[in-house]
Design a protein around this ligand. Structure first.
Ligand code: NG1
Ligand code: ZN
Length: 568
């Protein structure tokens, strides 16, 4: 077979390091970059097969996100722009782990057999198959992107090299590029900037409706007496983690200056990628990132991660400390914005809003969402693939990991109903102010669905969403920080001989194995006022992660230390 020969000779150039056993983790594959060429080559083959099967383009992004610069990784994208379907993760592992070229060819044949695929496809001239490939700023990334290209090309599937992109831009490109067209990065920037301008310009007449009042304290979410400040420009310091977010945000910000957005970018590539900076550092260490020491107390700031799919906000205090506004708080703000807009709609068009979190969500955030905003909250295991899937259950599904990775999903069927309503309202040319306001809110929700990347968490989208939400309420970051008070928490990691011996259950909130561990954690938690703790093996690093929260920081620290010792 000619195909087998082409694949064999291509694979010979990408031999797997002996004994290296990559596994599909929280977000694809991660490892030290020199280990990865064979893995990425085989991912190229896999995504070419997936593309042939579905007769639509798939995507591959070379990045290790928030990990240190010497690491790299690969994220795999479905034709919908979402992450590789869970049922194919095992196929990915069987290709990636094959020890020799012959074993790889056997695993490849088994994949075709299992999925009932016959190659080459009969109607190849009509085929829409293709693989979009993009990469982050790591020095090892272009070489790995080439490995992916060779893998896809070995099956004769056309590849499109999109060069340097953020991970969410690549997801957007796969979802939004029509067959036969080329991805134009300007379309992405124009869509976000256009939606942003529409949402802030209508803020003058839109304004905030009263959110549901609830029992959680402090629940002062009233906007009474506060007019939105649409004409006030928003200034924000952005820590770009020395990653790909810097040039991309610069291009986006240029298009948003006229709509009153003024960003000062820091860590734009001069220092180490994710080195004492970026969203993961700020969220986990709770320290000012390098390069922002001069921002000054009370200055509004945010941090992206290395591939710009995460963002957290913060206000520097005195010294190195800061007030963190994490993904939980972004979810709460997004929920407030959606609820404000929904309040003006006719009852039949009011969306069912739901929020999805992980066990890392602060207990105070969950209480705020369920008690003050009275929204349904579901909990899934870590990893946006789990949260994203659960968010699809709602008309408006809001999901964020505490680390700032998340988005707001709008159900296509709901958007259709909203479009019809707005269209009918525009044609009716109604003078009734209630109807006019409802139509305007409908338009705003439609704009929000364009502002917010629908395929995956996107730091650029979420930055604009937060600015829109704050401007419409006339809020500062401090006002936003005041909607609830976080329970003190502590995250730590522990290296163990084999982290896979820990098996979790109940969305990672409990340990199923080893059997003695959970009762010991329960006893430690029971002794801490307002205590909660859990452990889980990381899906991206060779560590076990520990999380604890309690009434005071000392209690949270002590609980984390105690649980960490139980793991060792
Ligand atoms: P792991 O290493 O599995 O905890 C980390 C993050 C995830 C997710 C992935 C992918 C934490 C505690 N975990 O996963 O939320 O973002 O990286 O980047 O932040
Ligand atoms: Zn990332």
């Amino acid at each position: 077979l000619r195909l087998d020969d082409a694949l064999r000779s291509a694979a010979q150039a990408y031999l797997k390091p002996p004994g290296f056993r990559p596994f599909y983790g929280t977000a694809g594959y991660r490892a030290l970059a020199p280990l990865l060429p064979s893995t990425v080559f085989r991912c190229g083959v896999l995504m070419a097969v997936r593309s042939l099967l579905l007769d639509a383009p798939t995507g591959i992004c070379i990045t290790a996100s928030h990990n240190p610069a010497p690491d790299n990784g690969v994220k795999l994208v479905e034709p919908t722009g979402e992450m590789l379907t869970r049922s194919w993760e095992a196929h990915a592992d069987s290709l990636a782990c094959a020890e020799s070229t012959e074993a790889f060819l056997a695993a490849f044949a088994a994949l075709l057999e299992a999925e009932g695929i016959v190659l080459p496809p009969s109607s190849s001239s009509q085929s829409h198959a293709g693989v979009y490939i993009a990469h982050d700023t790591r020095p090892s990334s272009p070489g790995l992107a080439e490995a992916a290209r060779v893998g896809a090309a070995a099956l004769g599937v056309p590849t499109h090299d999109l060069g340097l992109l953020t991970t969410p831009q690549l997801h957007w490109a796969v979802a939004r590029t029509a067959p036969g067209e080329h991805f134009n990065e300007d379309d992405y920037f124009a869509e976000l900037a256009g939606a942003y301008a529409a949402l802030v310009s209508r803020a003058a007449t839109g304004g905030g409706a009263e959110p549901a009042d609830g029992g959680a304290e402090p629940a002062d979410v009233s906007v009474t007496g506060r007019a939105p400040l649409p004409s006030t420009p928003t200034v924000l310091h952005v820590d770009c983690a020395n990653g790909v977010g810097a040039p991309k945000l610069l291009a986006l910000a240029d298009r948003c200056t006229a709509a009153g957005l003024h960003l000062t970018l820091h860590n734009t590539g001069e220092g180490a990628l994710n080195g004492r900076c970026g969203a993961d550092f700020v969220q986990k260490a709770r320290l000012l990132p390098d390069g922002l020491e001069g921002a000054g107390p009370s200055y509004p700031c945010c941090s992206l991660d290395g591939d710009a799919d995460r963002i957290v906000f913060f206000v520097p205090g005195t010294g190195a400390g800061l007030t963190l506004l994490d993904g939980d708080r972004i979810a709460a703000l997004a929920a407030l914005l959606c609820a404000d807009l929904a309040a003006a709609l006719p009852r039949g068009l009011s969306p069912a809003i739901g929020v999805v979190q992980t066990a890392y969500a602060n207990g105070a955030a969950t209480r705020y969402l369920t008690e003050a905003l009275r929204l349904p909250v579901t909990v899934t295991p870590t990893g946006v693939k789990h949260l994203h899937a659960a968010a699809h259950a709602h008309d408006v599904g809001i999901y964020f990991e505490a680390n700032g990775h998340g988005t707001v999903l709008f159900a296509p069927a709901y958007l259709l109903r909203l479009k019809e309503f707005v269209q009918a309202g525009a044609n009716a040319d109604d003078e009734d102010p209630t109807i006019a306001r409802a139509v305007e809110s409908g338009r705003d929700l439609l704009a929000l669905s364009l502002l917010v990347n629908q395929t995956v968490g996107d730091a650029l989208s979420i930055l604009l969403l937060v600015v829109v939400a704050l401007r419409r309420r006339g809020w500062t970051l401090e006002d936003w920080a005041g909607i609830y008070r976080d329970l003190p928490s502590r995250q730590s990691v522990r290296s163990v001989a084999d982290r896979s011996v820990i098996v979790t259950a109940d969305a990672e909130r409990r340990v199923a194995r080893p059997a003695a561990l959970q009762p010991a954690i329960d006893a430690a938690v029971a002794a801490a006022p307002q205590g909660r703790a859990f452990v889980r093996p990381s899906g991206t690093e060779d560590v076990v992660r520990i999380y604890a929260e309690a009434a005071t920081q000392e209690d949270a620290d002590a609980l984390a230390a105690e649980v960490s010792d139980l793991v060792a």
